[in-house]
Design a protein around this ligand. Structure first.
Ligand code: HEM
Length: 178
């Protein structure tokens, strides 16, 4: 299949087309609200390249952790697979490879489909899904809520799962939150 994908060149074309459609799709786009198309293409490329060539080179999360907070039904998983299959065919991939491609994704269905968010796991430990921590920032940044400045030395709240960080004023609103 790697040869059919022209040593990755064809895979980049397919993933570029696929994520353009995903980011414009009302059912799939909301999951990608806090990430970029480039990141999605590059991560997915490295993930699939490692599987298809057997050469190490993917340093992202495993599928369970990557999707731990996403409530994805079997129907939505199928919907995404059909979108992927239509892209593979549009780019001229032979049918036997389309079937193999789908079989690879199916290996991960059980890790991705779920009816409620699951905690991310790090070395067997569950990480928090919700809640805030407090941190003194070392480098200035922007508030993830109001977009105002956060200055070096400010003591602020941050979300434990997403890492979103809030200026002192927006932090105050979260001061009492767990
Ligand atoms: C409906 C089905 C799916 C949805 C809605 C979905 C959504 C997402 C989203 C939003 C991200 C970005 C996470 C981030 O940037 O932090 C992501 C990452 C990823 N997804 Fe999926 N995904 C689906 C199915 C799949 C399938 C079938 C596979 C392949 C087995 C897969 C493999 C990956 C990989 C490798 C990443 C990168 C992980 C990382 O950032 O470290 N996804 N997915």
């Amino acid at each position: 299949m790697w040869n059919a994908l022209r040593q990755g060149e064809g895979l980049t074309e397919i993933l570029t087309d696929f994520y353009e459609r995903v980011f414009a799709d009302p059912k799939l786009a909301p999951f990608f609200a806090s990430t970029t198309r480039t990141r999605a293409i590059e991560k997915q490329y490295a993930f699939l390249r490692e599987i298809l060539t057997g050469e190490e080179g993917y340093f992202g999360d495993r599928p369970y952790n990557a999707h731990h907070w996403m409530v994805i039904s079997d129907e939505l998983f199928d919907y995404r697979e059909e979108l992927m299959e239509s892209c593979l065919r549009r780019h001229g991939l032979e049918e036997r490879f389309v079937v193999q491609f789908r079989a690879i994704d199916e290996v991960f269905r059980k890790q991705i489909v779920k009816s409620e968010p699951k905690p991310k796991k790090l070395r067997g430990e569950d990480l928090p899904l919700e809640g805030y921590g407090t941190i003194v920032v070392e480098i200035g940044t922007l508030c993830d809520d109001c977009q105002e400045a956060i200055n070096a030395g400010d003591r602020v709240r941050y979300h434990l799962r997403t890492g979103q960080t809030f200026c002192p004023r927006c932090s105050a609103a979260r001061e009492t939150a767990a």
